[in-house]
Ligand binder design. Structure first.
Ligand SMILES: Nc1ncnc2c1ncn2[C@@H]1O[C@H](COP(=O)(O)OP(=O)(O)OP(=O)(O)O)[C@@H](O)[C@H]1O
Ligand SMILES: O=C(O)C1=C[C@@H](O)[C@@H](O)[C@H](O)C1
Ligand SMILES: [Mg+2]
Length: 178
């Protein structure tokens, strides 16, 4: 199959953006890219090190640069964003101009139960702070979303199938034209 526009997955850390995009890419035969992984390869450093050296501000600048680059690829991709991509206002323009945004909903408590190693996520260091951060970001996720998908109690393959149906209905995921 092929994509007519880039599809961005947003949502809090642990929502399943990376897992769902990867699963959908595999089952539909389209390409996916994970922004955190892409950033780590490009910078030759782990996200944690980028935060330690340049702070959140340094990380966000790289993130916006990469979002613009990936959103402008001639062959559209499934793009799993970092959990904080919505905090930078300029990123909202990229979403609006280029793509379709799938918001995967999760609570901080459920996310905490899914993530085995929070040390890789500098902004998920304790549950209290994560709950507050998650709540603070809800309106931002909602503002950019073209569609919301609840992930509570659902498996990654089930969520991927649900997203696939939505993308097909919207004409974003189509049978290959050539
Ligand atoms: N629906 C789900 N049910 C159970 N576990 C899940 C589900 N989705 C993801 N997970 C697990 O939660 C962990 C985090 O998932 P994933 O890395 O896909 O989240 P993410 O949204 O990309 O997070 P981040 O913003 O930190 O990159 C992984 O171990 C994954 O296997
Ligand atoms: O929610 C966030 O702010 C982040 C989520 C991760 O995906 C990484 O992009 C980074 O750890 C920041
Ligand atoms: Mg991820």
């Amino acid at each position: 199959m092929e994509l007519t526009r880039p599809v961005f997955f947003v949502g809090f850390m642990g929502a399943g953006k990376t897992s769902v995009a990867r699963r959908l890419a595999r089952t539909c035969g389209v390409a996916s890219v994970d922004m955190d992984t892409y950033i780590e390869r490009r910078e030759g450093k782990k996200v944690k090190e980028i935060f330690a050296e340049g702070g959140e501000e340094g990380f966000r600048a790289i993130e916006t640069d990469v979002l613009r680059e990936l959103g402008a690829k001639p062959d559209p991709l499934l793009i799993s964003c970092g959990g904080g991509v919505v905090v930078t206002p300029a990123n909202h323009d990229v979403f609006r101009e280029a793509g379709f945004v799938v918001y995967l909903e999760v609570t901080a408590d459920e996310a905490a139960s899914r993530i085995s190693d929070t040390s890789t996520r500098p902004l998920f260091q304790n549950l209290e702070a994560a709950r507050a951060r998650c709540e603070e970001r809800l309106p931002l996720y909602e503002a950019v979303a073209n569609v919301r998908v609840s992930t509570a109690g659902k498996s990654v393959p089930a969520i991927a199938r649900e997203v696939q149906r939505i993308l097909e209905k919207e004409g974003i995921l189509c049978p290959q034209q050539r």
